[in-house]
Write a protein of this length. Structure first.
Lengths: 79, 373
């Protein structure tokens, strides 16, 4: 697990039990608290910070950003 | 989608950097508040990717680094009290206090344990009911709600031997203090991504409004940071500073309501002592009266005074951590950097913490900056 405290890594929620969940990234499974993200659902990605999910990643926004980046990339090829 | 690889594409990074160069007409200075950003910027060579006219300065966003020496001295004094177990994030262990470090204190026989999470500290408290288990609560708004959640959980579970020494700090008030001091002129701020997951974008709005400084919230991958720098350059060039979110997959304008609610339940705003900056009003969180039986500063106040015996606070000689945290100096301007002070034998906290500017500049900086690719 990273030592950098500001860091929060994206992990996928595999199962939920009360205010705790099993979260997975790259084959590593961790028991995490979802006390700060009670809205988190199985299959969603959360940002994990010191054992707590601090936010649910918005997949639609992520796709939107990637689309924007692709546009920037193709635009800078022309210019 | 894994939300990682997509933001680490070097071809896209080069294109974004190229775009930034095309949009820049004048020298500008940006500050990355967060130590995690400093780390990523150095690790991915972003200072070399952006044009020379874009200067990037590290700020005070390393929780270990900004912890005042006196708070570390208190933690060490608590460690020597009978039947006390200190639990702390690993980065705090090697930070020098006035006379010792937590690591040295442990080596001398005190019960000091590294934990990854407050949940681990609570587990130790549950398993050792006869000991007082004190968690050294450092961090910003990212970490504060996790500590609030643990205190509430300890309350619900009747874990009365769990305590927190709160050294928690708040981001927007210290940004205001830096801007008010006028020591370093900034055109834009790379706002911390994970602090903003919690507080949202609104608390930064006074910065463009009152100081004319651009603010963009960034994620931590290289593409995120370049996207953020691009937006900052656009705002600065247009003369229209505002708050923007360049980390939309994680940050909402309103932040995380549940986390803010738990913080409000457990903490109250108080002044905080920052290394290199001093006491900044309204820039810290202390445990409120309702939960004061979890507050190590309160529960052990008498014992703590005796244990510290009013020994004066001593700062490491020649160390410029304070100047570096205020953005007044870069690590390269410190005479100790890389010579006397290295990650193996750190003099100040900015070299100890993996988030510290000196550690990041030492680890990733010299080879590229001095042209040794």
């Amino acid at each position: 697990m990273p030592k950098v405290m500001c860091l929060a890594i994206p992990m996928r929620i595999a199962s939920i039990e009360g205010d705790e969940a099993e979260a997975e990234v790259g084959g590593v499974v961790r028991r995490v608290s979802i006390a700060l993200t009670p809205e988190a659902k199985v299959g969603e990605y959360v940002l994990l910070h010191t054992g707590y999910a601090i936010g649910v990643i918005d997949e639609a926004e992520a796709k939107e950003t990637l689309k924007l980046l692709e546009e920037i990339a193709s635009f800078s090829e022309i210019s | 989608m894994k939300f990682l690889d997509e933001y680490q594409n070097s071809e896209l990074a080069t294109k974004l950097a190229h775009r930034i160069a095309n949009h820049t007409t004048k020298p500008i200075r940006l500050m990355e508040f967060c130590g995690g950003h400093t780390h990523a910027i150095m690790r991915h060579g972003i200072r070399q990717l952006v044009p020379e006219t874009v200067e990037m300065r590290a700020g005070p966003g390393c929780p270990v680094c900004v912890t005042a020496t006196i708070d570390l001295d208190k933690a060490i004094a608590l460690a020597w009290l009978p039947n006390v177990t200190i639990t702390t994030f690993g980065d705090m262990m090697r930070v020098p206090g006035s006379y010792s470090s937590l690591q040295q204190t442990k080596a001398e026989g005190a019960d000091v344990r590294v934990v990854y999470s407050t949940m681990d500290a609570m587990k130790i408290a549950r398993e050792n009911p006869k000991k007082s288990v004190i968690f050294i609560g450092i961090g910003f708004e990212t970490t504060a709600p996790t500590i609030a959640a643990s205190i509430i959980k300890a309350q619900q579970g009747g874990i009365e031997n769990f305590h927190v020494l709160s050294c928690l700090k708040l981001t927007p008030p210290v940004m205001k203090a830096l801007l008010d001091s006028g020591e370093v002129k900034l055109d834009g701020i790379i706002c911390p991504g994970h602090v903003s997951v919690i507080i949202g974008s609104r608390p930064y709005e006074f910065i463009p409004a009152d100081y004319g400084v651009a603010c963009v919230i960034s994620g931590f991958e290289p593409i995120d940071i370049l996207l953020c720098v691009g937006k900052l350059v656009e705002q600065i060039e247009a003369g229209q500073p505002k708050v923007e979110i360049a980390y939309r997959r994680g940050v909402k304008p309103q932040g995380n309501r549940k986390a803010l609610e738990l913080m409000g339940e457990v903490f109250q705003i108080d002044g905080a002592n920052w290394r290199g900056i001093g006491i900044v009003p309204q820039s810290g969180l202390k445990i409120n009266q309702k939960y004061e039986h979890f507050d190590a500063a309160k529960v052990f106040s008498g014992l703590l005074r005796c244990a510290r015996n009013d020994k004066p606070v001593r700062e490491p000689k020649g160390c410029r951590c304070g100047d570096i945290l205020r953005g007044v100096a870069t690590p390269f301007e410190c005479h100790l950097f890389g010579k006397v002070c290295t990650p193996e034998k750190p003099v100040g906290p900015c070299m100890v913490s993996s988030e510290g500017a000196c550690a990041a500049y030492y680890q990733y900086g010299s080879a590229k900056i001095f042209g040794n690719f």
